[in-house]
Ligand binder design. Structure first.
Ligand SMILES: Cc1ncc(COP(=O)(O)O)c(C=O)c1O
Length: 482
């Protein structure tokens, strides 16, 4: 197929060229009734709806269908879907397509919160697969094949395996191919959250994509590593073990009935760009990256870590936490993807040949940031523990009754109580503990330590004025405030 074609972009441009007068939604009437600044209002000309010639995301027969066929062709999938509600919607749809209520799904424990929500909404039961510790990024990494085999021995009734590949920090590991063989040996599919891997299509030295390794359904946040707008994702199905019709039905329930055409056009364009990504483009990116890393390595007090995925780079300061380094960088106008106790994560630009990006400015901002941190106490950096409780056995979601009463308690009253919801450092959005899991002393210490060094949380923990409180299930006979 001609991967240079962008049918949605072309349909939108053709529609606009006729200078149409709007008597339809949206109410901003191609931007005329909007009070937004000009730059924002300009894009509203293209903020159309399902008008003649513009097709329908939920029943595509025209430009959107052609764009999805081009997408499947580019990634080598049986069929592909454009998503306007992020990989979140894709994860929900994949799990719903494979599990009915009561079914067991094997789930890599260091998954994004949307995967836990997917299991909950499907009424399924998750059997968690503990990941291996990745010494390079100092985060939870891939799952070992032995862990998968053991889980399948104990749960032969499992309907599928859900993996995250690569991780937020760029760890791919080397086990996915064997995990897929193992799953297929049991006749069950592997669903892959490749939210951070839409660019792996570019080929080595990027790790192989989950689709190339044989995963049955794969979701990718095209907005994270490709040029699509925020919320734009891809979902691919490449196997008869996953019913594409069930995916389509799920997506029609889970996604808005008013998809943004600007977003759809950006997905169409992102697919065309990655399909056209050449060896020369890759060379330009790798050369820029090399210079960027070389400059950073010249700076004292920094360690530069290169994960499996070359699009990610971790920067550690020898004496201060990642949060402090991130803050110092922001004061120099440099905004990074996330920080944790150890490090800051940079997502590099997937540059094409001839494209420019300010490597020199970042290096000098880093140098300035380091100088501003010089007055800090050199011994201050805490020795962080693992972000997920270590050595857990595989466990099931216990799933207490929905809406059961809860209360907020201070740190010294939390130990041993059941969490009323997940506790999720954000980003990266990987729950530290899940609803109904007991708050151990170790977990409480981890949350307090992370909060003290600047972590933000979602869910059953709140931090203000240096105080940490946990939302716990009300014990029988207690005074819950729901
Ligand atoms: C691993 C992973 N999966 C899924 C998601 C959700 O993706 P989206 O923001 O596209 O809904 C994220 C978001 O950060 C993620 O990191």
């Amino acid at each position: 197929m001609d991967q240079q074609k962008r049918p949605i972009v072309e349909a939108l441009e053709a529609f606009q060229a006729a200078d149409p007068v709007s008597f339809h939604v949206p109410g901003h009437k191609t931007g005329r009734l909007s009070g937004l600044p000009d730059g924002l209002r300009a894009a509203m000309r293209y903020d159309a709806t399902e008008l003649t010639g513009l097709d329908d995301l939920h029943a595509p027969i025209g430009a959107i269908r052609e764009a999805e066929e081009l997408l499947a062709d580019a990634y080598g999938a049986d069929c592909s879907f454009l998503l306007v509600n992020g990989s979140t919607a894709g994860n929900l749809a994949m799990v719903r397509a494979v599990c009915t209520p009561g079914d067991v799904l094997l789930v890599q424990r260091n998954a994004h919160k949307s995967v836990f929500h997917a299991v909950e909404l499907a009424g399924a039961q998750a059997v968690f697969l503990n990941p291996e510790w990745d010494g390079m990024t100092c985060t939870a990494g891939a799952v070992s094949v032995d862990t998968v085999r053991e889980a399948l021995d104990r749960h032969p009734e499992a309907k599928g395996i859900f993996v995250t590949y690569p991780t937020y920090y760029g760890t791919a590991g080397e086990t996915l191919s064997d995990i897929i063989s193992c799953a297929h040996g049991h006749g069950i599919p592997v669903l892959a959250d490749e939210a951070h891997g839409a660019h792996l299509l570019a080929g080595p030295p990027f790790p192989p994509s989950a689709l190339a390794l044989g995963a049955d359904a794969v979701v990718q946040s095209a907005h994270k590593t490709l040029s699509a707008m925020t919320q734009g994702s891809f979902l691919h199905v490449n196997s008869s073990l996953v019913d594409a019709d069930r995916i389509a039905r799920g997506l029609s329930m889970l996604q808005t009935s008013s998809p943004s055409y600007v977003l759809l056009a950006s997905l169409d364009d992102a697919r065309a760009r990655i399909a056209a990504y050449s060896e020369a483009d890759k060379h330009a990116f790798l050369e820029w990256r090399r210079q960027f890393i070389d400059r950073c390595r010249k700076l004292a007090k920094l360690d530069i870590i290169e994960p499996d995925d070359p699009l990610k780079v971790l920067v550690r300061h020898k004496h201060v936490s990642g949060y402090a380094l991130q803050q110092a960088l922001e004061q120099q106008g440099i905004y990074t993807e996330l920080a944790d106790e150890r490090q800051v994560l940079f997502i590099l630009p997937l540059l094409t040949e001839g494209a420019d990006y300010p490597a020199e400015r970042v290096a000098s901002a880093l140098a300035k940031a380091i100088r501003t941190l010089e007055s800090e106490d050199e011994e201050k950096k805490p020795e962080p523990g693992p972000a997920l409780p270590a050595d857990r056995p595989a466990i099931r979601i216990s799933g207490g009754p929905a809406g059961s009463p809860s209360e907020w308690v201070p740190v010294d009253e939390a130990a041993g109580r059941s969490a009323a919801g997940a506790i999720i450092p954000y980003p990266p959005g990987i729950p530290l503990i899940l609803e109904d899991e007991p708050l151990s002393g170790e977990t409480i210490d981890t949350v307090c330590r992370m909060a003290a060094s600047g972590a933000a949380f979602q869910g059953a923990v709140r931090t203000s004025d240096g105080r940490v409180e946990f939302e716990v299930k009300t014990e029988q006979g207690g005074d819950g405030n729901g």
